[in-house]
Design a binder for this molecule. Structure first.
Ligand SMILES: Cc1cc2nc3c(=O)[nH]c(=O)nc-3n(C[C@H](O)[C@H](O)[C@H](O)COP(=O)(O)OP(=O)(O)OC[C@H]3O[C@@H](n4cnc5c(N)ncnc54)[C@H](O)[C@@H]3O)c2cc1C
Ligand code: SF4
Ligand code: SF4
Length: 390
């Protein structure tokens, strides 16, 4: 009998890249989103991060080798590059890990299994939510069912009147409801990981914009280790940009007289919508807001939170529903069970074909922002349809 010799699986190249490479290839090239994946992963606590206007980027806290090199990196520590979802082949690696294949160039919004419209059945949750309240409904239900024991979310500091978004841990129903809704300035929710671990939580959901939702799969596939283990569920928020905190004073107040302490809600639906305490409603053209786009967003290629278990957005004709992109088996299980339990209402995404078309259009637009000088995959777009013969 012939003996068939199996060729050994190709070995992964030894990972040697450290802070020096991260600094040169991501932090100083404009690819860094400020997701803070590197900061929370650093086992030596030598990466700092200012969660403030003009900040939102990691920096090295030790002076020995200057800002662009690391003593621990020189000795072999590679954790920060393993955690960075903009370092080298991040998109391919996260795709492979989650879906056992890579997206094709036609899959401009990433790999998914279903698109739905959903909303929380509970009126209180629905009212507090930005769109359909799905994200908060998932957190409440997943906690009750034992999938998670807490979530990394975004709070508003103090009594909310400064509109300063800050990362935090939501562990009770009250905290989940209190942190519902969207803020359009940056909140690196990953930064709440340390607090969650200190408080003894071991099954966490991460809620975050696209850039943050690529952090867990990149950490898992590049074997960052212990720090990545508590994140078990990943909810993404569709995102084309976030604004620098200065937009409140320099645009909304200076030009429109809208003081942030008097604002009660904001949304983006083609325009920046602002609701005030006195009941008035205002629209600011997005074109006027562009000058305050946070630097970390300008090269971001991911509108659709392509590496989340479930990605959520507010585009489309149905204002009080959440556009819901179900990507992984876990995402499908959770949405299926929630629908069955009557915790959410669902309708097919095909009820709003315009929303799906807009999703893909905005995803393509974001992909064009990825620089040609970086790895090519995130820029790949669908092949244009041939022009009809005249
Ligand atoms: C900065 C930003 C930009 C967005 N851009 C778009 C867009 O262009 N198109 C689109 O369709 N949808 C966008 N979204 C998503 C949309 O606003 C809703 O978050 C989404 O539809 C879920 O709504 P919901 O009612 O189901 O969630 P909710 O139940 O209201 O829960 C929202 C969750 O988001 C968290 N959160 C709020 N603000 C932030 C923040 N700044 N950073 C991190 N986490 C936060 C909250 O803590 C809460 O857990 C954006 C969201 C954010 C935060
Ligand atoms: S993109 Fe995120 S992980 Fe990468 S360098 Fe910037 S903050 Fe760190
Ligand atoms: S556009 Fe949104 S997802 Fe991309 S870097 Fe900015 S905040 Fe993150």
């Amino acid at each position: 009998m012939a003996v068939i010799e199996e060729s050994p699986a190709p070995k992964r190249e030894r990972w040697v890249a450290q802070w020096k490479e991260l600094f040169d290839e991501v932090v100083t090239t404009g690819l860094c989103t400020g997701c803070a994946g590197c900061v929370v992963s650093c086992p030596h606590d030598v990466l700092g991060y200012d969660h403030e206007s003009g900040g939102y980027k990691p920096f090295h806290l030790e002076d020995e080798l200057g800002p662009g090199d690391c003593v621990h990196g020189q000795k072999g520590c590679t954790t920060c590059t393993r955690a960075c979802p903009r370092f080298r082949l991040w998109e391919e690696e996260a795709d492979d890990h989650l879906f056992a294949r890579q997206r094709t160039q036609e899959e401009v919004s990433g790999i998914y299994s279903d698109i739905l419209l959903t909303r929380a059945t509970d009126t209180n949750v629905h009212e507090h939510g930005q769109d359909g309240g799905l994200v908060s409904a998932i957190l409440l239900w997943a906690k009750q069912e034992g999938y998670i024991d807490a979530a990394l979310v975004s709070y508003l500091e103090g009594d909310g009147s400064t509109w300063k978004a800050k990362p935090g841990v939501a562990a009770t129903d009250e905290e989940i409801i209190a942190t519902a809704g969207s803020r359009y300035t940056y909140s690196a929710n990953t930064l709440a990981l340390d607090e969650a671990i200190e408080r003894g939580f071991s099954k966490l959901a991460l809620v975050g914009m696209s850039c943050q939702s690529s952090v867990p799969p990149v950490m898992w596939t590049r074997k960052v280790g212990k720090i990545s283990k508590p994140i078990v569920f990943n909810i993404g928020l569709l995102c084309s940009k976030t604004f620098d905190d200065a937009i409140f004073e320099e645009l909304f107040e200076a030009k429109y007289g809208l003081r942030k302490q008097d604002m009660v809600k904001m949304n983006i639906k083609g325009v920046f919508q602002i609701w005030m305490r006195d009941g008035s409603y205002h629209e600011v053209p997005l074109k006027e807001c562009h000058a305050w786009t946070r630097e970390g967003c300008t090269h971001c290629p991911d509108f659709a939170a392509e590496h989340a278990d479930i990605s959520t957005g507010g585009i489309g004709a149905f204002n009080d529903w959440t556009l819901t992109i179900v990507r992984t088996d876990l995402g499908r299980e959770i949405i299926g069970r929630m629908a069955k339990a009557g915790v959410i209402q669902t309708r097919p995404g095909d009820d709003d074909p315009g929303a799906i078309a807009l999703l893909h259009k905005l995803a393509a637009k974001s992909r064009k922002r990825w620089p040609e000088t970086a790895v090519p995959k995130p820029r790949l777009l669908p092949t244009p349809a041939p022009k009809p013969a005249s």
